[in-house]
Design a protein around this ligand. Structure first.
Ligand code: NAI
Length: 252
């Protein structure tokens, strides 16, 4: 894909699901990729496995709820590789709960990872792109635009609606710095996140299949293709927009 070879790109939450598929897609395109994920993730061994001795995949522990942690990784990437060309604010959590049952901790944790984490990821890495250019990709969701059913996800949906608008706000504000900001909005995607929800409520799966026009879950690599597009020069005219990868769900 045009313009991804030899670029340095950071993927938060890159050790699992959509993040890992994105890392794999970028490696195929010739990028140098930093998996930025929790210490407890399998990031180190995944990086070693993907590397096959080529030194193009690196793991740096991060917690996106901590600005200090994000700043440390951004500085380390610049020190080691000279520049940052792109960042994917992919780390996210989905806590399902009826609104009356939400406790303060889980609400704030969802905001902290999905919304505050997306903003401070964008800010921390885009600082190093000012003037030289770069691409920021945020991960939204069908839950940003629809009241998805039957799962109950007020906090999650609220964060994703905000993330989608954040892409527009930052894209416009940073355009003259040469930084493009876009979002990808996946439908329900075959990852550990959705597997956890399906395990808790197996009866939901049949409903999900009925709701999505293409009649199946989205594959992580299909989302990764859209992310790679926004990171690449193929999307040079796109800014502040969201591309849905949802099998047509958003149109129903
Ligand atoms: P996942 O649960 O499979 O992977 C999430 C990754 O984020 C994990 O590697 C985890 O360690 C990491 N992570 C979690 N908290 C973190 C933190 N505080 N700091 C750093 N890393 C952290 O999730 P999945 O499904 O791959 O989701 C990725 C993104 O896509 C999320 O933003 C999610 O909301 C979004 N999404 C997922 C959909 C799905 O159906 N799977 C649908 C729509 C959006």
């Amino acid at each position: 894909m045009e313009g991804l070879s030899d670029k340095t790109i950071v993927v938060t939450g890159g050790a699992g699901g959509i993040g890992l598929a994105t890392v794999q897609r970028l490696v195929t395109a010739g990028s140098r990729v930093v998996i930025a994920d929790l210490v407890s993730s399998n990031g180190e061994s995944i990086a070693t496995e993907l590397n096959e001795g080529r030194g193009m995949v690196h793991f740096m522990p991060v917690d996106v709820t901590s600005v200090a942690s994000l700043t440390k990784v951004a500085d380390e990437v610049v020190t080691r590789f000279g520049a940052i060309d792109g960042v994917v604010a992919n780390a996210g959590i989905a806590v399902m709960s009826e609104a009356f049952a939400y406790n303060e901790a889980s609400w704030r944790q969802t905001m902290g990872v999905n919304l505050d984490g997306a903003f401070f990821t964008a800010q921390s890495f885009a600082r190093h792109m000012r003037g030289r250019g770069g691409s920021v990709v945020l991960i939204s969701s069908i839950a940003a635009r629809s009241v998805v059913q039957p799962e109950k996800c007020a906090a999650y949906g609220a964060t994703k609606a905000a993330v989608e608008h954040l892409a527009a706000l930052l894209g416009v504000e940073w355009a003259r710095d040469g930084i493009r900001v876009n979002a990808v909005g996946p439908g329900r995607t075959e990852t550990p996140m959705i597997e956890r929800i399906a395990k808790e409520s197996p009866e939901m799966v049949a409903t999900w299949m009925e709701q999505v026009p293409i009649g199946r879950l989205i594959r992580p690599e299909e989302v990764a293709n859209a992310v790679a597009f926004f990171l690449s020069d193929l999307s040079s005219g796109c800014n502040g927009t969201t591309l849905m990868v949802d099998g047509g769900y958003d149109k129903t």
